[in-house]
Design a protein around this ligand. Structure first.
Ligand code: SF4
Ligand code: SF4
Length: 477
């Protein structure tokens, strides 16, 4: 299969799957990658710059070998925690602008607790940046990691001699991945920084098996996860109709290429199970560093059609759970209300709460966004399953079409794993609610924001009560 990539100064150019090209060079000495990652994970600052390391001891458990390809049919090495940090560090900086100068300075401050770019990046290293490229929408929509954040990190790596690849697998790209790159501004970022854009669904992948909430669950992961020497998660602060919030842990889902993601919704329709799968995935394929773009966040009907909000911050940590705990504090959403974090806590992945985290920089209370609107749907999934069946008539949420907006592109019908959407004879589309599992993938992919969520009056009432409770808690000193 040919791969669609975009190299600077060129239109997407096919090349052999799974290869960067002639310019790629291995790290300068054998074992360099292992020593390097051991150094950054242990917080000991810059690893040796030349010659062989004195010892690789300690690197076995926490270096890139922790991401060694799994044996077929077995899980990759789940980390089960934030690595060797005695107390996970959450770096928090205030930043209200995407202007390149102040943003680059803010990112430098953000990475200080981890030794900065100099400790993270070395010449010859391949760095894989994993942004949130959910939609083919402009950065003003807050649906994607802002291209300015992507550019600042890519430039920081490139200036230190690293080779940078940027990749994600949006839920429904088909042949439109170039649209995504154009509309989000990622193509310009790649051109300016000399990075390579990858369409992960067209790259090689390999299978791992997760624990899974309902038993072993095979998933395919892009090969680039193992090919790169450093993997940086560039997540976005957003609400999510299924998981309440989507940040660093959920952003691992983009490592699963193509339509397999939609099938996962069908296999695990309940938010608790779906969130548990996301947590298991993040534990199985840990990335090295997690950075959250919270300069402009999103609330309401996220992750694609919500309201952009000025949350004014950047967060970073070595594990995704620490970042998401900080994000929850800013949004005022309890970890117990988030299926992903509930599973992380139950499995001992990451710190159990912010009390176990060392926050460096701006106190999270100063960044609390009091008017954050969390989505209603996950409330449904707090209801125990037998009761849920009984209450189904009164407790529901479903997608509906906004009249006059649909252009009949068919994206919603293609992404719906339940086959609950069909193009109607006349204008617009029709939903078959008997088949709908309320995953809201159709909302995510609609380029016209023609699909919105409708909930039952009982869910609406519960939502208002919850908002009132959150508002009341937020008022307390
Ligand atoms: S109609 Fe939309 S919400 Fe319902 S199952 Fe299909 S994609 Fe999911
Ligand atoms: S509802 Fe949106 S995604 Fe579905 S066909 Fe219409 S425009 Fe396309």
């Amino acid at each position: 299969m040919t791969a669609t990539r975009h190299r600077p100064g060129a239109r997407a150019k096919p090349g052999p799957a799974g290869q960067l090209g002639a310019g790629w060079r291995p790290p300068p000495w054998p074992g360099a990658k292992r020593a390097f990652h051991a150094a950054i994970r242990s917080g000991q600052g810059t690893p040796p710059t030349s010659g062989r390391p004195a010892t690789n001891r300690g690197a076995q458990a926490t270096g890139p070998d922790a991401r060694r390809p799994p044996e077929a049919g077995r899980p990759s090495a789940p980390r089960g925690g934030p690595g060797p940090e005695p107390r996970p560090v959450l770096s928090v900086v205030r930043c209200a602008t995407y202007d390149p100068g102040p943003l680059a300075a803010a990112i430098d401050r953000l990475l200080e607790p981890f030794g900065g770019f100099d400790a993270l990046v070395r010449p010859g290293l391949t760095v894989f940046l994993k942004p949130n490229l959910l939609s083919a929408k402009g950065p003003g929509s807050a649906a994607v990691t802002h291209p300015a954040v992507l550019e600042a990190v890519a430039a920081g790596c490139r200036h230190r001699g690293a080779r940078v690849v940027i990749g994600d697998s949006p839920p429904l790209t088909m042949k439109r991945i170039e649209d995504f790159w154009e509309k989000t501004g990622y193509r310009e970022v790649a051109d300016r920084t000399g990075s390579t854009l990858l369409a992960l669904e067209q790259e090689a992948s390999r299978e791992i098996v997760l624990d899974g909430p309902r038993g072993p669950l095979p998933v395919r992961i892009t090969d680039w996860y193992w090919r790169a020497g450093l993997v940086i998660n560039l997540a976005k602060l957003k609400s999510h109709n299924l998981t309440v919030l989507t940040g660093a842990v959920k952003n691992h889902f983009g490592l699963v290429p193509g339509m397999a993601k939609a099938q996962m919704h069908l296999r695990l329709p309940r938010a608790a199970d779906f969130g548990a799968m996301i947590a298991d995935l993040a534990a199985a394929v840990p990335m090295h560093l997690h950075l959250l773009d919270g300069i402009t966040g999103m609330d309401g009907e996220g992750p694609a059609g919500g309201r952009p909000i000025p949350t004014g911050c950047l967060l970073a940590a070595r594990d995704p759970v620490t970042v998401d705990l900080g994000m929850g504090a800013i949004a005022g959403v309890d970890p117990d209300d988030q299926p992903v974090l509930r599973r992380c806590r139950a499995k001992g992945f990451g710190p159990p709460g912010l009390e176990a985290v060392e926050v460096r920089g701006v106190p999270l209370a100063d960044l609390r966004f009091a008017g954050f609107r969390a989505p209603a749907v996950p409330l449904l999934y707090r209801v125990p399953e037998p009761l849920f069946r009984v209450l189904r008539r009164f407790v529901w949420a479903r997608p509906v079409l906004v009249p006059g907006r649909c252009i009949r592109c068919g994206a919603c019908a293609r992404v719906c794993a339940s086959r609950a959407v069909r193009l109607a004879e006349g204008p617009g589309i029709r939903f078959r609610y008997g088949r709908c599992i309320s995953c809201f993938c159709c909302m995510e992919v609609c380029p016209q924001e023609a699909i919105v969520m409708q909930s039952s009056p009982l869910v609406g009432l519960a939502l208002r009560l919850r908002e009132w409770r959150r508002w009341w808690k937020g008022r307390k000193p």
